[in-house]
Design a protein around this ligand. Structure first.
Ligand code: FDA
Length: 378
């Protein structure tokens, strides 16, 4: 065989596996059906702005090992995710915190805010039977009406009264002036974009783009002893047991001839009438500066729409309900019987992973298949 490993997919999982295997002296070939590397974390430079083509990606983690690991491939900036909610032109801070409550009710102290929320929560006197009642019982009607209802209905394409209460278990309420969305020790965006970070992972490794593994399976399988497959698991088995479902997102991206559209990386539109769920203004992930530190006089925005997924569409979020989980378990059984192929990543394992989790999974997979090198639990 010409290669020890054929890695299918140059996303985060595939790139890390390829990097670590190469470091251990293995000969690796990476193929990707797209015309670019980096999978869903791909960023494309437009007018000096790194555009997140498959949705906003903010790196955040509490895992020190993962943070140290990823820092060898990129320097991270100090970006902190602090989204803003736009409800019919009224702007609120997210996640719900003292700035939000002050704007909503004019309250000034945490005690006043707590009193207001407690008063409004009392509206629901029975066990909540749907998402609307559940949300009101947790944070009261005002926050529900302005910041939860419309956004949730757009995401699910259904009325909150028709959605089950279990979708929302907790709604974090912060009685501090803290707009930092993620409770993570480490957070940032790789300087120069995610594509450059993945390029560094794949340095010196043979990569073939525009190459669909499943369409060239026989020929590619003959090239390597083992295959690491990070595409959809059901596609690998030709959907023989059925199709796993996803939720999808659609992006409308525009280059604008103005320097500043919304003054923040993410603005959520929380009313039902606005058709998009949020607008991302990519330059603010990097403080509006190009790679030389100069201000950029243009801007790129992406409107995000929640959309129904049908087979053939780009898969985004796995729908881990009972039907899909059972189906995945059956595919997993087939996968476990296949001694040649390792299934990894968000599509191969049919699971939503944040980037830090996919890195931990990839390193764990390296450890299992290539020996001691990293232990995510230590
Ligand atoms: P990924 O999908 O990136 O890579 C798989 C690769 O396999 C692709 O390049 C694909 O083309 C290739 N492939 C598939 N089938 C093939 C075939 N037959 N032949 C050849 N190649 C094939 N995480 C986070 O930490 N912070 C964030 O802010 C976000 N934001 C976010 C937004 C949205 C909208 C989504 C859907 C996800 C996030 N994430 C996130 C999660 C993040 O995107 C995720 O952790 C990684 O992209 C997963 O990397 P993988 O390598 O597993 O898959």
């Amino acid at each position: 065989m010409k290669y020890d490993y054929l890695v299918v997919g140059s996303g985060l999982f595939g790139a890390i596996f390829a990097h670590e295997a190469t470091k251990k002296g293995k000969k690796v070939l990476v193929v990707d059906k797209r015309s670019n590397i980096a999978g869903n974390i791909y960023t494309k430079e437009v007018e000096g702005i790194n555009v997140h083509e498959y949705g906003a990606h903010i790196f955040h983690t509490n895992n020190k090992k993962v943070w140290q690991y990823v820092n060898q491939f990129a320097e991270f900036n100090r970006f902190t995710n602090s989204p803003v909610a736009n409800y019919k032109g009224e702007l609120y801070s997210l996640p719900f915190n003292m700035y939000t409550f002050n704007k909503m009710w004019g309250v000034v102290t945490p005690e006043e805010a707590t009193k207001k929320i407690e008063e409004q929560r009392k509206e629901i006197t029975h066990e909540p039977t749907n998402l609307e009642e559940q949300a009101i019982s947790l944070v009261g009607r005002d926050i529900y009406e302005k910041l939860i209802k419309g956004y949730t209905e757009k995401q699910w394409g259904r009325d909150c009264k028709d959605l089950p209460s279990f979708i929302i278990k907790r709604l974090p309420v912060r009685l501090t002036f803290d707009n930092n969305y993620f409770n993570a020790l480490y957070q940032g965006i790789p300087v120069g974009g995610y594509t450059k970070m993945v390029e560094n992972m794949l340095e010196g490794i043979e990569v073939r783009l525009n190459t669909d593994y499943l369409e060239n399976k026989e020929e590619l399988d003959q090239l390597a002893d083992k295959v690491v497959y990070t595409g959809p698991i059901d596609a690998y088995f030709n959907y023989q047991l059925g199709t796993l479902e996803y939720r999808s997102v659609r992006f409308e991206t525009e280059l604008l001839d103005i320097p500043n559209f919304q003054g923040n990386a993410a603005v959520n539109y929380t009313d039902r009438e606005t058709p998009w769920t949020r607008i991302i203004e990519h330059k603010w992930f990097e403080f509006g500066k190009d790679k030389d530190g100069n201000d950029i006089d243009k801007t790129v925005i992406s409107r995000e729409y929640s959309s129904e997924w049908k087979p053939g569409d780009e898969p985004y979020y796995p729908v881990n309900d009972e039907r899909n989980n059972k189906l995945y378990a059956k595919y997993k059984e087939l996968a476990d019987q296949n001694g040649k192929v390792i299934f990894g990543g968000r599509l191969g394992m049919y699971k939503y992973f944040d980037m830090d989790a996919v890195i931990a999974e990839a390193l764990n997979c390296v450890k299992e298949n290539l020996g001691e090198q990293y232990d995510r639990d230590k």
